[in-house]
Ligand binder design. Structure first.
Ligand code: GAL
Length: 459
């Protein structure tokens, strides 16, 4: 039996655009994902999040699912355009009521809410009027939105995450253009990342100055990172792997834990990498109470000179010309339906890398999970591959804890099948199967497995 520490947080995660639906209801404004999904050619099969899991109308049922499994925590995100339909101005009472009801329902079932303030669905008005995250006034606008959330929900919400995966927003949204707002550029990702870091720090600042003392919560940011394993033992490949990690995670975590972007980025990106003012630096340094990590896969990294066209747009790479890193996978590694390699030891190595580089922070895995081509057969989904994936990754997490890593929690992605961004409904990540015709939720075998794990605090 593999046991976890007594106070370990066990949860599942979702995001507003992926599960809520009700895109034109409850006084909600449009977001960039509404617009992107409605742009022909952007999403597989032309799918949209208009209805998706219809969670907006099913919060009681969904919380009952969680309670039935014995979930201890639930991570969801707030759709900014439900709170402020045009991104700023007067709050929409119906939007506030919706999240307030969800939070109350969770607490009534002793499930601790973990709330992400931004999971990619920027109010469309801010994109049209200001060019979204490119605009240096966005940090204040974000801060004001988050203050409304702290004010409205902070009496009950004690775990806040400002941003989910700024890397994805920057690289997939502004570099490769495969996610909203669909821009393709070699310099905008760096500008966007810069404004997001500033926005994060301003939200944290307002929370700490005005709310934290009386509300007694914690606030942090969630970054995503794969592990990069040197392809060979050569010094060049080892440096390439280190460089790849600094471009991936150091880009966002270094300013927060060490005060500025990694030196290797400054050297290589030069003028395209913006500079923080002294005031920015002071606000950003130390602005995360915990280290939120989303982790899915591992790749080999080797030194390569010049352009590496071999970039997988779904979760890997970066602006590769800036890194001189060639990424590859091992033919022998099994892959999930995303094509992502299953390399559980990569998770443990990454936890150690974070622990060392950032001076032993408390780490929370805010997402980990996998997509498989799950089939509903006679009312059941036999997803043994998912159970294998989860046990293997959790086994490495457990070992990391034994080796001294301060890992405090784990959120499985996802509670239920949902809208998987540019891949629409073609990928199922849930531990509940969602019948997209009827909206019916059916627990997969992995849901039962996870429920037992939580009950025993181990497996
Ligand atoms: C993450 C993202 C989630 C989910 C997951 C699986 O990058 O935060 O919203 O889609 O990947 O691809």
């Amino acid at each position: 039996m593999i046991k976890f520490p007594k106070d370990f947080t066990w949860g599942t995660a979702t995001a507003s655009y992926q599960i809520e639906g009700a895109w034109l209801e409850g006084g909600k404004g449009l977001s960039i994902w509404d617009a992107f999904a409605h742009t022909p050619g952007k999403i597989v099969h032309g799918d949209t999040g208009d209805v998706t899991c219809d969670h907006f109308h099913r919060i009681k049922e969904d919380v009952a699912l969680m309670a039935g499994m014995g979930l201890k925590a639930y991570r969801f995100s707030i759709a900014w355009s439900r709170i402020l339909p045009a991104g700023r101005g007067r709050p929409n009472p119906e939007g506030i009521r919706f999240y307030s009801n969800l939070i109350d329902e969770l607490l009534a079932h002793e499930i601790v809410p973990w709330v992400t303030l931004y999971h990619w669905d920027l109010p469309l008005a801010l994109q049209l009027e200001l060019d979204g995250w490119l605009n240096p006034t966005m940090p204040e606008i974000f801060r004001d939105y988050t203050a409304i959330c702290f004010e409205s929900f902070g009496d009950r919400v004690k775990n806040w995450i400002t941003f989910n995966e700024p890397w994805v927003v920057s690289i997939l949204g502004y570099g490769q253009g495969v996610f909203a707002p669909g821009r393709v550029s070699k310099s905008e990702p760096y500008q966007v990342a810069h404004q997001i870091l500033r926005a994060h720090s301003q939200a944290v600042d307002v929370y700490r100055r005005k709310f934290q003392a009386k509300q007694n919560g914690t606030i942090g940011i969630t970054n995503n990172c794969d592990w990069r394993e040197p392809l060979t033992d050569s010094e060049k490949d080892r440096q390439a792997a280190q460089r790849a990690l600094e471009f991936f995670l150091g880009w966002f975590a270094d300013p927060i834990y060490r005060g500025d972007y990694p030196a290797v980025m400054r050297e290589r990106v030069a003028d395209r990498l913006p500079k923080f003012s002294d005031r920015d630096k002071a606000l950003i340094l130390g602005s995360s109470d915990f280290f939120g990590l989303n982790h899915y896969t591992t790749m080999y990294a080797a030194h390569s000179e010049g352009n590496d066209a071999d970039v997988n747009p779904y979760g890997n790479g970066g602006i590769s010309e800036d890194q001189d890193v060639h990424l590859s996978t091992d033919r022998l590694w099994s892959k999930t339906q995303m094509g992502w390699s299953i390399v559980p030891w990569g998770c443990r190595k990454l936890l150690h890398w974070i622990d060392e580089r950032y001076n032993h922070p408390d780490i929370v895995i805010t997402e980990n999970g996998c997509a498989y081509d799950d089939k509903l057969e006679q009312g059941k989904v036999h997803d043994q591959e998912r159970i294998n994936f989860l046990s293997a990754y959790l086994n490495e997490c457990r070992q990391a804890i034994e080796e001294g890593i301060s890992l405090k929690g784990y959120f499985l992605w996802s509670l239920m099948d949902n809208f998987e961004w540019a891949l629409g409904f073609s990928r199922r990540f849930g531990i509940h199967y969602v019948d997209l015709e009827t909206g019916k939720r059916i627990p997969k075998e992995s849901a039962q497995w996870y429920s037992n794990l939580i009950k025993n605090n181990g497996f």
